[in-house]
Design a protein around this ligand. Structure first.
Ligand code: UT7
Length: 336
């Protein structure tokens, strides 16, 4: 009997502080009209306060997941944290999250493939379930993008927000869950989207700080072109090789970097806007929060048997698409 990895629950958390386009208009030379028309973003959430890292949001999201699914922390065997903004270079933010919710019988680690990490981590977590060795795996995407955004750089500060969301993976023998994936990287993309300093190549110095090297560096237009082509290519590939037409697809769940990239991907797949999950308007680009936050936002509309196509693109370059058959009726899960 083939074992697949089904998503059996969702948890989410976004911070309370809302950074609106109107507030950004006062910080940099931009307008609400430009931001909305070029990106589709109206507002984003920001995690405020001293000593507050991505784990703060990851803990709240995983706690929400444990509460909603009635899972005891000691039952969890593996927790993977998808993050590009870890609390520290080490130890892993996954360990801090596990400790924060009382997961003590598991192993945990971080993955970082920029904005595609959640998809890569979902595929990785699914392998442990499919192998038959693990029965409860949590994958949490958590990013405090505000920690690496330069709020004097108008091209980038309008894009990003903070947030976290988590999924529980469990074995399924009825054909639900992760069914296929295409995951890719092209390391030559490094030049166009990266953070220059803070790692082992350029450890922090007064100079790296003065030169603002601890912030996101992005050549937006180049990244945009790659993103449109790559995300649409892999999503179409996953559909074709699983003989899925646009009628068979219930939902496209795209990474939320720019609404124009999302629209282009949906067009290429022939999927109408009513089937596209969107939260970029309210949250901006939360990096590894985008896809699980979408699933959590739309949970009540998800039906057992729905075919979902997840797709992402990020720094690296990294990109990918996952075909997932949804395992439960979302409206039967009490929102907590
Ligand atoms: O999730 C990780 C992957 N990241 C992405 O997928 C992001 C991909 N890139 C994008 O979404 C878009 O490229 C941006 C939203 C970043 C920029 O939009 P764009 O349409 O590509 O604009 P652009 O960079 O080509 O800039 C056009 C103009 C420039 O002015 P000039 O040189 O033509 O006079 C910019 O300086 O828009 C200007 N501009 C702004 N104007 C008002 C850039 N940012 C702003 C701003 N407000 N916030």
């Amino acid at each position: 009997m083939k074992i697949t990895a089904a998503i059996t629950g969702l948890g989410a958390y976004v911070p309370d502080y809302v950074l609106t386009n109107a507030e950004l208009e006062k910080m940099v030379d931009t307008t609400n009209e430009w931001i909305l028309s070029r990106t589709g973003i109206s507002e984003r959430r920001i995690l405020k306060g001293e000593n507050q890292g991505s784990s703060v949001m990851g803990i709240r999201a995983v706690q929400n997941l444990l509460d909603k699914t009635g899972t005891r922390p000691e039952e969890v065997e593996l927790l993977i944290c998808a993050t590009t903004t870890p609390d520290m270079l080490f130890p892993a933010t996954a360990n801090i999250i596990s400790n924060g919710v009382g997961i003590a019988n598991a192993f945990s680690f971080d993955m970082n493939a920029a904005c595609s990490t959640f998809l890569f981590a979902l595929a990785t977590g699914a392998q442990f379930i499919q192998a038959g060795t693990h029965k409860k795996v949590i994958v949490v995407g958590a990013d405090k993008m505000s920690a690496i955004v330069d709020y004097t750089d108008r091209a980038n500060c309008i894009l990003f927000g903070d947030g976290a969301a988590a999924v529980l993976l469990e074995p399924n023998t009825e054909g639900y869950g992760v069914l296929d994936q295409v995951l890719r990287t092209d390391g030559s993309g490094e030049a166009y989207l990266h953070q220059k300093a803070g790692g082992s190549r350029r450890p922090p110095t007064h100079e790296t700080i003065d030169h603002k090297e601890h912030y996101i560096y992005q050549e937006g237009a180049t990244v945009f072109k790659f993103a449109v082509k790559s995300m649409a290519d892999v999503a179409a590939q996953v559909m074709e090789r699983n003989h899925l037409t646009n009628d068979d697809v219930a939902w496209l769940v795209p990474h939320q970097a720019n609404k124009r990239i999302i629209d282009a991907t949906a067009n290429r797949m022939g999927v109408g806007p009513e089937k596209v999950m969107l939260n970029i308007t309210r949250y901006g680009n939360t990096t590894n929060g985008t896809i699980p936050l979408c699933l959590a936002d739309y949970e009540s509309q998800l039906r057992r048997g729905d075919n979902l196509i997840l797709a992402a693109f990020g720094g690296g370059f990294t990109w990918g698409s996952i075909y997932l058959k949804w395992a439960y009726d979302g409206d039967k899960v009490a929102a907590k």
